[in-house]
Design a binder for this molecule. Structure first.
Ligand SMILES: [Zn+2]
Length: 91
C-alpha cells in the first residue's frame, strides 16, 4: 500500500488506499486529485446517459414532428436507439 505522496513521486496515476471511499467503492484513487476512481466512473456514466437521453428526445421529435425521411437522420436515430438500449442493458 502506498501513500498519495509516494504514488506521486513514483509518477503513478492511481494508488490504493486500502479503505473504501465515502460511497463504499473499493477502487483506487487518483494520485492527482485524491478522488475515487469508482465515483468518477459513476459520474461519467451518468453524464453519458443524460446526454444520450437528451439527444434521443431531440432526434425523435425532429423525425416524428417534421416527418423527415432523410436516411442520414434515420441512421442517426437507429444508432442512438441502439446506444440507449445498450445503456439500459437491453442488449
Ligand atoms: Zn467512490
Amino acid at each position: 500500500m502506498k501513500t498519495r505522496r509516494q504514488a506521486h513521486e513514483d509518477g503513478e496515476k492511481t494508488y490504493k488506499t486500502g479503505t473504501p471511499c465515502n460511497r463504499g467503492h473499493d477502487t483506487p484513487r487518483y494520485t492527482s486529485t485524491g478522488g475515487c476512481v469508482g465515483c468518477n466512473r459513476m459520474k461519467a456514466s451518468e453524464t453519458r446517459k443524460n446526454y444520450l437521453n437528451k439527444n434521443w428526445g431531440y432526434t425523435k421529435h425532429t423525425v416524428t414532428a417534421h416527418k423527415l425521411d432523410i436516411p442520414k437522420i434515420n441512421e442517426y436515430a437507429k444508432t442512438l436507439e441502439m446506444a440507449r438500449k445498450l445503456q439500459e442493458g437491453k442488449i
